[in-house]
Design a protein around this ligand. Structure first.
Ligand code: 13P
Length: 230
């Protein structure tokens, strides 16, 4: 199997895992991966259980594309994020229920729980609303993703980024879990927020342990173990 066909196959498998994990349903959601020619992206309006590897679209950063199908309506934010963020190679978007519930209220996820740090900072921001598929939505998403690996999209959904398909999927599920916890915590009143000082320690600890990166980096656990032991 060629490298491109293998990547297409892995993207289809990740899309099906998005559905199986409950973070995605119907024809919402889209996925892209950087490659030598630009990036591969899911087609618009095609349910993942029907999608085949050849349905994925090869796009260039200019916006030109090849293939029988049309690219996701959100190709602009996929293109712009992959272009601006050389630290990641995968962009995953979905309308997971609890993240979208918070996004409907334009709520940022604060550091009510230390795991908020997995997105790279003390908050998971919510991008301002703009019509789906527009450059304005892409601009708003890029702003909310500054120094972060995930954001909510106002009255829309969430975006999670990763070096690999498995890390982007892992993060999207974590963001959804945090959103669910936050919605539940709010039912008992506004929860206390961890201080910036404590979140600094959490972020350092996550960095030392390469926390959440284990599926990406071969041997990273050995390095992390050695770093922890010293
Ligand atoms: P596409 O089917 O065009 O990818 O759109 C789904 C979506 O989530 C739009 O924001």
């Amino acid at each position: 199997m060629s490298d491109t066909m293998q990547l297409r196959q892995e993207m289809v498998e990740t899309c099906r895992k998005m559905n199986a994990s409950g973070i995605n349903q119907g024809t919402s959601g889209n996925l892209s991966v950087r490659n030598a020619e630009g990036f591969l992206i899911t087609p618009t309006s095609l349910p993942y259980d029907l999608m085949q590897p050849e349905d994925l679209i090869q796009m260039k950063f200019s916006g030109e594309y090849e293939g029988a199908r049309r690219p996701s309506s959100e190709w602009r934010f996929h293109r712009d994020i992959l272009k601006a963020r050389q630290d990641i190679d995968v962009v995953l978007h979905c309308h997971s229920v609890y993240a979208t519930t918070l996004a409907c209220h334009h709520k940022t996820i604060p550091s009510f729980h230390y795991m908020t740090g997995v997105a790279g900072g003390t908050t998971i921001r919510c991008a301002k609303y703009a019509t789906f598929g527009t450059q304005a939505l892409s601009d708003n998403a890029l702003e909310a993703l500054q120094d972060r690996l995930a954001c909510l999209l106002g009255q829309h959904g969430q975006i999670s980024l990763g070096k690999t398909l498995s890390s982007a999927l892992w993060l999207a599920i974590e963001v959804e879990t945090l959103a669910r916890l936050y919605v539940q915590a709010l039912t008992l009143g506004e929860p206390p927020i961890l201080s910036d000082e404590e979140m600094g320690r959490v972020l350092q600890q996550m960095k030392n342990m390469s926390y959440g990166l284990a599926p990406d980096l071969e041997g990273v656990n050995d390095t992390a173990r050695a770093a922890n032991a010293s």
